[in-house]
Design a protein around this ligand. Structure first.
Ligand SMILES: [Zn+2]
Length: 533
């Protein structure tokens, strides 16, 4: 029996859940909607799994917990220092705060939870876990969950009109259904054998299905009946999970259903931001770089070539480049200003010159129009306008959030600068869906009013609300108010919100990746999921 059960549906959106529930396809969800309060949960910028769950479980924005993307960002060097992991989350989690207050905690597959930070209870780690590594704490739990699978790799490029890929797609959908059933059975087992006051579990299947089969879920085209049935079976398995887990938690438990971000159709256009920066004179290409490269290949001894023959190095005139771009996720561009004293070849003085460069870039990107004259970005912000806290200086200098029909693609400066045109069709990798900012929340239980559709809340609101429902004081350092507007006024009278300044230290960082091989395997997996380029 849990006092509080948090069920995460990665990437779930009301765009899908509401019509499916109303059509009778998700009866358990419909029952929760009828007796609870639900609405949109605004994700982090970027609307991406790792920073978003990090904010959800810490109640803080990325500037205060330090996880901005799947990669560690590089505010003072020219390449990323590697993949982010739970070791990069530098704020106490809901699980840690509740555990320290003497409550029993269970965490199943909630990112980021590899490497495992032990809690007062149990942890089954997340999608960042390399194959073969320990994935539970306590370790013996792995034996009980024999055969447990954390995630499932999508087949490369699901193109449905190819019969070979169609079989792969059907197998993938059936795999996701089994993964969901297996996760539900494991959590039910854990609820029986290791009762917790606070239990959190994340199901990855909605994100996976929506990336590959968006046209099937949004209520449009369903060109293949078997695929449509496979998609529906995954959602049925998720709905059964809601029913079974809620029933097992008992009538006294509060259930919180959440997603980390929403979903929509994938963008139509890719915008090549480095092309724009080069055209605007911020990013300087070396003259005759093709020739230079040929020369280096011919003349330089092979032992040195690796160091000199990196394309970006030959292509980009670093000392004269004032800014370049990469991405946080395909809907969010990161622009880095080449600040002197921060980067080895930095050429923009901090202060007035830095602000001038940012102003020009912000104004230019806000004014940028697409092929049909529409704005390319819905928001272009300086980092301190989006984030606050100890880690803001790790964030990109300017962050640009794409309008729905646009995406940013970054493979390398070479590929971006090889593009003559500013726009091209958004890459085809079998993905038909893409993240958006509007995730979901739903609360149901004895202390929750049955308000039905309710106001929007920021993702940082979930952690303080959860702590209050557990009878604990809310750390003042959390970034958003608790969702009190949906709680029963009588409950709030008897148990008014309490606050505290006493929070566990930004937890001593757990070790990072055990080996470069581990990191490489996980990077390949994230690439297949479309999370890394
Ligand atoms: Zn996600």
């Amino acid at each position: 029996m849990a006092k509080l059960l948090i069920i995460g549906l990665d990437g779930a959106t009301w765009r899908v859940l509401e019509p499916w529930a109303r059509a009778g396809r998700l009866p358990h969800l419909a029952a929760l909607m009828a007796r609870g309060s639900w609405g949109a949960l605004r994700s982090t910028v970027p609307a991406l799994t790792l920073p978003a769950w990090s904010s959800l479980i810490t109640g803080r924005n990325p500037g205060a917990h330090g996880v901005f993307a799947f990669r560690r960002l590089a505010p003072d060097r020219y390449d990323s220092p590697g993949l982010a992991s739970a070791g990069d989350l530098r704020a106490p989690t809901l699980w840690e705060i509740a555990g320290r207050a003497g409550q029993r905690v269970g965490v199943v597959n909630v990112p980021p939870s590899y490497p495992i930070r032990p809690v007062s209870g149990f942890v089954v780690s997340c999608l960042l876990t390399p194959p073969g590594e320990r994935f539970t704490d306590p370790p013996e739990l792995a034996r009980e969950l024999d055969g447990y699978r954390i995630d499932l790799q999508p087949p490369r490029g699901i193109v449905l009109d190819d019969p070979v890929n169609r079989e792969q797609a059907l197998a993938y959908l059936d795999g996701l259904r089994q993964l969901t059933r297996g996760r539900t059975a494991a959590v039910l087992h854990l609820m029986r054998t290791r009762p917790a006051d606070l239990l959190g579990v994340v199901f990855y299947a909605p994100d996976r299905v929506q990336h590959c089969f968006w046209t099937y879920v949004e209520g449009g085209a369903e060109p293949d009946a078997d695929v449509a049935a496979g998609v529906a079976a995954v959602y049925s398995a998720l709905d059964e999970a809601l029913g079974e887990l809620t029933a097992a938690a008992g009538p006294e438990a509060t259930v919180i259903l959440v997603s980390d971000h929403g979903f929509g159709p994938k963008p139509a256009h890719a915008v090549h931001l480095n092309r724009w920066l080069a055209d605007a004179g911020f990013l300087r290409q070396r003259p005759l770089w093709t020739l230079r490269r040929k020369m280096i290949r011919k003349v330089v001894p092979s032992a040195w070539r690796g160091r000199l023959d990196t394309l970006d190095r030959i292509l980009v005139h670093r000392p004269r480049s004032r800014a370049w771009a990469d991405t946080l996720e395909p809907g969010t561009a990161a622009v880095w200003v080449h600040v002197a004293g921060r980067y080895p070849h930095g050429c923009v003085s901090p202060g007035a010159e830095y602000e001038g460069v940012r102003r020009e870039i912000v104004t230019g990107l806000q004014a940028l129009r697409g092929p049909e004259g529409e704005p390319v970005f819905q928001a272009v912000r300086r980092r301190e306008e989006l984030y606050h806290g100890r880690y803001v200086t790790e964030a990109p200098d300017v962050i640009a959030v794409c309008a729905p029909r646009f995406g940013v693609v970054y493979h390398s400066l070479r590929r971006d600068l090889g593009q003559r045109a500013l726009f091209s069709p958004f890459r085809e990798e079998g993905f038909s869906g893409a993240h958006d900012a509007m995730g979901v929340y739903l609360f149901a239980g004895p202390h929750v009013q049955p308000l039905g559709r309710h106001r929007e809340y920021p993702i940082e609101s979930i952690a303080p609300t959860a702590l209050h429902l557990l009878g604990l004081a809310v750390p003042r350092s959390m970034d958003a108010p608790a969702c009190t507007s949906l709680l029963d006024p009588e409950f709030l009278r008897q148990a008014p919100l309490r606050f505290t300044d006493d929070v566990p230290d930004a937890t001593a960082s757990s070790p990072g990746w055990r080996s470069p091989e581990d990191e490489a395997v996980v990077a390949a997996r994230l690439q297949a999921l479309g999370y890394l380029e």
